[in-house]
Design a protein around this ligand. Structure first.
Ligand SMILES: [Zn+2]
Length: 131
């Protein structure tokens, strides 16, 4: 049985990060729908499951790898964005955050210092700012 499954999966994509994320999402939709009992959510759950299985058994490895890479890039952006937001939230008592008007880099200065001269670490642009 194990041998058969192994031979079946040779040359197929298998569970990559995107497939795992889809499976997790479908599970979340399923649990959420236990309370809502909506037909639309049921269809959505099925569609996500079909998509996940399709990707797992697909033989078009190049295409699946490309999709997975795009997903991982998106996930990285999302996670680092959320982490940055969380860090700023935790430090907002002691620091002021704002973007450099020149290069849009996120800058952090101590709070309550009055009017100070800020030099951007990324582009070297200097400007005055109230904190
Ligand atoms: Zn800058």
């Amino acid at each position: 049985m194990k041998e058969k499954l192994y031979r079946f999966m040779v040359g197929r994509n298998g569970p990559d990060q995107l497939t795992r994320a889809l499976t997790g999402l479908s599970l979340a939709v399923l649990v959420f729908n236990l309370f809502l009992r909506s037909t639309a959510l049921n269809v959505l759950w099925m569609a996500i499951m079909i998509w996940a299985y399709y990707r797992m058994f697909s033989r078009n490895l190049a295409r699946r790898r490309e999709e997975n890479a795009r997903y991982m890039q998106w996930e990285y952006k999302l996670v680092s964005g959320l982490r940055g937001w969380w860090d700023r939230l935790r430090q907002r008592r002691d620091y002021v955050f704002f973007r450099c008007p020149e290069c849009r880099a996120m800058l952090r200065v101590p709070r309550g210092k009055g009017k100070i001269r800020v030099t951007c670490r990324k582009c070297g642009n200097a400007f005055e700012r109230r904190t």
